[in-house]
Ligand binder design. Structure first.
Ligand code: TYD
Ligand code: MG
Length: 449
């Protein structure tokens, strides 16, 4: 009988098992067995035959003419920019994010504004629910079909008949393929369904957006291989209690991964934020201690953000060091530098650090602003108005220059700042803002406090 043959493989060591079990016999790790198809009779097997019988041929790289790919606009400028100029035909874009962050809303907006036929496949909501959301976010009705379907074979048949120019899958965890038995959302199912979607996308040159659920630790639920298979991985993040949402790229085969999209969730869906600096710095804080403003850069986009710190005497034996949006290890390092190089004894203090607006950044250029905010809070002296900071701090307490300093200076002067504290080696680019060039944390303390 023609039957699909399956086996269970350990995702850790690769050992094969005939049936599912909790622990791998070989490497003894738990919950690592994944169902996989080892023989599919519907698929043709490889047999050695005359090479001319095959349609694919190896081509010398010199003989391939490079075509510029025409990227399709998603109708959302922010998303287009994050994707590297638009959606590439035949590509798979995975959009991950916590529940309620706005993944379905964003993709509904795309479905409503893209030029051409769109199929929105939902395994989570009924057609009525999607229609309600669609009315909420956009009055304009495009050529959009809604499909409540979870079986990939049926789904692909529908897609074949409709021949859309964009497909949206909400979400990959609800799909199941009849090829394997495990329940939808399991690792094997996710992998098989994605493989089927990739096959469809590459054959028909239809771009597909896939929504992926996120697990408790923030990674996309399912196998890591899912992220390897797709062309682009986007992450929609932000605090559900804040209005702002940040669209980040983790992988992009057609553009950079350093782009960032910022949206605001309001009554009628998501709106792109044109000038992020204005929401990331509040206007009335400059007289309080523990605040500083930093000129940072994400991708090619300069932004000004506010760093807030609170230093207080520790109530418990071990002082707490906690930071939101900034790496904790780096905070500990900066505190050690302050102690060793500038003589501030913060060992017995609690230190809390926050980057305003629920944003998370890895830019080393924030270091200086972090140190200033901590010192300001510790001494209870506010940072003078009009000051902005951008420099990395080295282990010996020296100020170092950071990449794209010219853009940071331009953005700071555009937003009306008067003095920018930078490393000694920075050259002025405009006379609208005064540069304060310092070489060490010690000089900084003398200059500011
Ligand atoms: P949704 O797109 O359903 O999130 P996800 O698919 O990521 O789980 O959006 C969820 C939240 O967005 C919902 O709790 C309410 C909010 N929202 C608005 O504030 N305004 C709107 O216009 C819409 C459609 C949603
Ligand atoms: Mg949803």
């Amino acid at each position: 009988m023609n039957k699909v043959k399956k086996a269970f493989f350990c995702s850790n060591c690769g050992a094969e098992h005939s049936k599912w079990q909790g622990q791998c016999n070989s490497c003894k790790s738990w919950n690592t067995l994944v169902e996989e198809i080892i023989k599919n009779p519907n698929k043709k097997e490889w047999k050695s035959k005359n090479i001319n019988g095959y349609s694919s041929k190896p081509i010398h790289i010199k003989n391939i003419t490079s075509k510029t790919i025409d990227k399709i606009s998603s109708g959302d400028k922010e998303l287009d920019r994050v994707l590297g100029g638009g959606v590439v035909p035949g590509s798979l874009v995975l959009l991950g994010g916590e529940p309620g962050i706005g993944k379905s809303t964003l993709l509904m907006q795309v479905a409503n504004s893209v030029n051409g036929k769109v199929v929105y496949v939902s395994g989570e909501e009924s057609e009525q629910q999607i229609k309600l959301r669609s009315e909420r976010v956009n009055k304009y009705e495009s050529d959009c079909y809604l499909l409540s379907e979870t079986n990939t074979q049926t789904l692909l048949t529908h897609l074949d008949n409709l021949n859309p120019s964009l497909v949206i899958i909400d979400s990959i965890q609800t799909l199941y393929s009849s090829l394997i038995d495990s329940s939808s959302g399991s690792v094997g199912q996710i992998r098989t369904c994605t493989a089927e979607l990739i096959h469809y996308a590459k054959q028909t040159h239809t771009p597909i957006f896939i929504v992926g659920h996120i697990t408790k630790d923030g990674s996309i639920a399912g196998p890591k291989v899912l992220e390897h298979m797709v062309d682009t991985v986007l992450n929609f993040e932000g605090d559900r209690n804040h209005l702002h949402r940040i669209l980040r790229v983790h992988k992009n085969r057609f553009g950079t991964t350093s782009e960032l999209g910022i949206y605001e969730m309001n009554q009628s869906g998501l709106k792109a934020v044109k000038n992020p600096s204005s929401f990331l710095i509040s206007k009335y804080v400059s007289d309080l201690s523990g605040h500083s403003i930093c000129a940072t850069i994400e991708g090619i986009r300069p932004m000004l953000i506010e760093v807030q710190a609170l230093v207080s005497s520790a109530v418990y034996g071990t002082p707490q060091r906690s930071s939101t949006g900034f790496e904790n290890k780096r905070l500990n390092m900066l505190l050690a530098i302050l102690e060793k190089r500038a003589g501030f004894q913060l060992g017995a203090k609690d230190v809390f650090l926050n980057l305003a607006g629920g944003i998370r950044l890895d830019d080393p250029g924030i270091d200086l602003a972090v140190i200033v905010a901590i010192l300001s809070s510790s001494l209870d002296i506010s940072v003078p108005r009009g000051y902005i900071f951008a420099a990395e701090i080295g282990l010996s307490g020296e100020l170092r220059n950071v990449p794209k300093i010219e853009q940071r200076i331009q953005e700071a002067s555009k937003q009306g700042f008067e003095k920018m504290v930078v490393a000694k080696t920075v050259k002025p680019v405009t006379n609208k803002i005064q540069l304060v060039q310092l070489s060490s944390v010690k000089e900084l303390v003398q200059h500011l406090f």
